[in-house]
Design a protein around this ligand. Structure first.
Ligand code: HEM
Length: 326
């Protein structure tokens, strides 16, 4: 994981980032819509089952996190998980993903990193991971197996171009990676670390965002009704939820954006200053860690009227919102 985008810096970050960015192009996302649609249908059936069995009560985080896991595994690694199917036994991948986050934010190590971010370097030095090791080993074995299959299957038989294939097509040697001369490509360790990052980054954030969205809609039935009308109208017009249909649902997007404002995915953003910089007469020396208080900015009454209230209307024109605030 110390070779993943969220940890590496400078040229290495740039090289890995430009290797991964093409996965998220509009064309690629368009191709993935049918995968999302199929996984969403599984989630919908699971929701029906749970509601039927428990008198309307269901654990939204579990449903939405599994939905994200299914989509990521299918879109990034062409691996079908169907983690919603827990009728007999919870699928191993879903169990291991859940275990990854089996940690307490009150653990002294995590608290220290939060209060004093450079402490992460001390943990790194002692090879200490705040993530559980068993699932990390499990996923490394899964990714290695997927890579082995790709290497031994003729290209003509590969089902589709996914994130893993994109990384393997651009694979470079460890020596080339170390030389820091190339602008694109990843070595094997970087491929493994960033595969894990995709699961970590996609699973928790997306599961949380969707759960909070559902919560906000449940708390505001009039908003929920409006969203439903928009969804119904779009479906009646298009007959399916393809990429265009999804981008056309503006009110739904406003609700997502407002949910992400109230329930920030991260409390603060961290950057390390790469070279001495002066902004508005304020000089930031090289090496200084900058913490951007994302949560505080999203709740500051100077920028938001009644900041704690869920008001999707304030997201109707994103050009009016300062991107340094949201
Ligand atoms: C609603 C869903 C999501 C939210 C709210 C979210 C939010 C975020 C945030 C706040 C960051 C930190 C950005 C920064 O430091 O500037 C981040 C980074 C990242 N996210 Fe997401 N994310 C979501 C879904 C996903 C998914 C589905 C994936 C991949 C499948 C993903 C992959 C990443 C990666 C790779 C990074 C690191 C980028 C870098 O350092 O260059 N995220 N995300």
């Amino acid at each position: 994981m110390n070779q993943s985008l969220s940890t590496v810096e400078g040229n290495q970050w740039k090289r890995i980032r430009s290797s991964l960015t093409p996965t998220f192009s509009t064309a690629k996302l368009r191709q993935m819509t049918y995968i999302m649609d199929r996984c969403a249908q599984n989630a919908s059936s699971a929701l029906d089952r749970k509601i039927g069995a428990n008198g309307g009560v269901f654990n939204s985080k579990a449903i939405f996190s599994r939905l994200s896991l299914d989509i990521i595994c299918s879109a990034a690694f062409s691996t079908e998980v169907n983690s919603q199917d827990d009728t007999e036994k919870e699928p191993e991948m879903a169990r291991q993903t859940k275990n990854l986050f089996n940690m307490s934010f009150f653990s002294p190590m995590i608290l220290m990193c939060f209060i004093y971010p450079p402490f992460e370097r001390v943990l790194e030095f002692f090879n200490y991971s705040i993530l559980a090791k068993e699932p990390l080993h499990y996923f490394r074995a899964v990714f290695q197996h997927v890579i082995y299959e790709r290497m031994t299957t003729p290209k003509s038989q590969t089902r589709r171009v996914d994130l893993m294939q994109l990384m393997l097509d651009n694979e470079i040697s460890a020596k080339e990676a170390k030389s820091n001369k190339l602008e694109k490509g990843m070595d094997r360790n970087e491929i493994l670390g960033n595969s894990m990052l995709m699961i970590l980054a996609g699973f928790e954030n997306t599961g949380n965002a969707l759960s909070f969205l559902a919560y906000n809609l449940a708390q505001h039935p009039q908003v929920q009704k409006k969203v439903q009308e928009e969804v119904d109208e779009t479906y009646a017009k298009k007959g399916e939820f393809d990429y265009e249909a999804i981008t056309e649902m503006k009110y739904l997007e406003m609700c997502v954006n407002e949910t992400l404002r109230i329930y920030n995915p991260i409390l603060r953003n961290t950057r390390i200053c790469g070279s001495q910089t002066t902004i508005n007469g304020f000089t930031i020396p090289r090496g200084v860690t900058i913490n951007i208080p994302t949560f505080a900015l999203s709740h500051d009454p100077e920028y938001w009227d009644e900041p704690d209230l869920f008001k999707p209307e304030r997201m109707s024109d994103m050009t009016q919102i300062d991107p340094m605030v949201y």
